[in-house]
Design a protein around this ligand. Structure first.
Ligand code: ZN
Length: 190
């Protein structure tokens, strides 16, 4: 089922996600719906907050982004990124490493808003997968960027928080308009 993607201005985007204690059929159903929603929206990542649920859960699939490379290491060995996709991260813990690099980012909760964001180039990730198994890997390139962007969501952090002051000033009107439109739509629903 395709779910509505929550837009900037919805308070759930600022909520820290609760840890998932058990991977119930409801959680598995949510994961399937999140993938369907992400693919429909042509995104490469989607966090639970973005479909209105403050949980430590995100889905990622970078295979759609053929113009921006990703790297993957499993147990210190280079591994095939595509074969590792799609990716479900439950209760993820990340350790960023490497130099900070700047690259373009967008977010499904901020339609039409893009900016360059500086983040560490690599990240070590530990999480549970959909089967509840512990997984760990080192990501680089676009995958590292996607993981960091999504884990930010799980902590209520948005990419606008990491924009330069100049970009933020330039995008201020668009962001305020989106925020106002979301608040209006929410008030109507009540
Ligand atoms: Zn996002």
């Amino acid at each position: 089922m395709i779910l509505e993607v929550v837009k900037y201005g919805h308070p759930v985007l600022r909520e820290r996600g609760a840890r998932i204690k058990e991977i119930t059929p409801a959680i598995k159903g949510l994961i399937a719906d999140m993938f369907e929603t992400m693919y429909e929206s042509k995104g490469i990542g989607l966090a639970a907050q973005q479909i209105g649920q403050a949980l430590q859960l995100t889905v990622i699939d970078v295979r759609g982004a053929t113009d921006r490379p990703s790297t993957l290491e499993l147990d210190g060995l280079t591994a095939d990124v595509d074969a590792f996709m799609p990716l479900v991260l439950i209760n993820p813990k990340i350790t960023p490493l490497g130099e900070r690099v700047t690259g373009p980012e967008g977010c499904l909760s901020f339609p039409e808003i893009y900016a360059d964001i500086t983040r560490p180039e690599k990240v070590d990730v530990r999480a549970l997968n959909e089967q509840g198994e512990q997984i760990s890997f080192r990501a680089g390139g676009l995958l590292a960027r996607a993981v960091q962007h999504e884990v930010d969501h799980l902590n209520g952090v948005l990419f606008i928080d990491r924009m330069t002051a100049e970009d933020k000033a330039e995008l201020r009107t668009d962001m305020d308009d989106l925020h106002t439109a979301t608040k209006k739509a929410l008030a109507k629903k009540k």
